[in-house]
Design a protein around this ligand. Sequence first.
Ligand code: PNW
Length: 537
Amino acid sequence: MKSPLVFVIAAMVTCIVAQDPYYVWPDVFNDEERDAFYYGQFPDDFKWSTATSSYQIEGAWDVEDKGESVWDTFAHEGTHVANGDTGDVACDSYNLYATDVQLIKNMGLSYYRFSLSWPRILPNGRPDSASADGLRYYNALINELLDNDINPQVTLYHWDLPQALEDEGGFLSDDFPQWFNDYATYCFEQFGDRVKFWITFNEPWIIAVLGYGDGVFAPGLNGIGDKVYNVSHNLILGHAMAYRTYDSTYRASQEGLIGITLNSDNFYPFNPKVQLDVEGTERIRQFQVGWFAHAIFKNGDYPEVMKTRVAEKSEQQGYFKSRLPEFTEEEKLFIVGTSDFFGLNTYTSSAIIGTRIEAPRPASWETDLNVIPYKDRTWPTSGSSWLRPVPWGIRNLLNWVSEEYGSDTAIYITENGVSTEDVNDLNDESRTKYYMAYINEVLKAYKIDAVNVKGYVAWTLMDNFEWSDGFSERFGLHYVDFTDPDRPRTPKESTKTYSTIIQENGFFPPEPSSGNSGIANTMLVVISLMFAVNFAN
Ligand code: PNW
């Protein structure tokens, strides 16, 4: 006869063992179907990377003959950035680039995404002003990376437009596509022998809406109803021109890839049973991602819903023609198919509430779109008001991109990460959890949903200048002490997590012997002893 105690203990063990599946955020994300941790590997050629951008890290804003960028101007005005911070010194990567390369190497990465500062390379924006020092700096960085077996992934434009070009209209000038193409051509010519992965623009939506719409980013213009659409128009044409140049003149000899990076939250209906919410969700996807992706990946033109709505509202508002410009038939053919991959930056999710009321005014991208985004209060917070971790969101978004732009489209997550406030966060548990959970959801998208995801870039290598939030938020895998003139970098706990994921190329299942919690193991020992005692009796 076995003692009843044995059954009690057996039941307890079963309960503990049944705690498989494992959840990274058991208190918030614990839906077994959706959130259970998944074990497996990415494909062998999966590209692991981390990112930065020129203005956010380089400093040396006026070294040698470097031209000023719109962010130099904007930050120096003193009123637009938290605490009056500027990128004048930032992480001083202009001088410390070799240290940066070692940090990347130490994490076991074989890719590094960084951006070129257009005015460092071409001080007045045009090739006739080419700077020897700019060339020297980026050659040194690229060579240092290659010497350490790290492949450069280069963003041509991450928001620091030469001020000289902004003075001539910037993205609003019809000459913009040509300016950008001339700059890109110079870069292919100088660096293309060693750079095999190019991104034309980082986050066009931010450039248009925050830079030329709400004016909270450089150049700080207010044109949310009209300028935003002209900016995006010229940007798409500039992107297509640079792609065509690479394709016709450099691809054969340099054999690289070139594409664009777009940013989006994972949008989903607040109430999937409410038609307005479902339609609103599809609308914001088209107004944010489709605005750029529809032309490039689908048919050379803006999404129907954008064309119709902006035209209708423009007419009601007394405009003679739609505030959304039109591409000619020739331009449409020129634009379509100009990206070798879909670069996706994503950080968080938003539930979308559709509204019945259509406000006729003001003329604005927001009114044209007309939805209410909502962040669930139960989601964890971060150092940024707009960013709440929602791991399952990245899987949803990847699936949407794949369905919308074709399952053959190669997708690279070109940014993903999380911030803390300006505190010493060397023991950054929230970032560790974020990377574990988000990358796990990317793995599910690849393994379970067959999404063609080819790489992952963690934002960001080290704490840096976070745009209008200055140094008040930290996104880094490494801590940077901005009070020390040497700008020392220290690895945070999350670097270990990220390194392990890279090393395992995903997630190995826990060892069978240690697969269950320590308590469960202890219980197993206890139960065996109980049996032994039982039999002995
Ligand atoms: C991206 N938002 O920007 C940029 O590509 C990076 O330079 C930046 O540091 C990173 O994400 C973290 O913010 C964003 O307000 C800036 O939704 C703002 C938002 C999203 C992305």
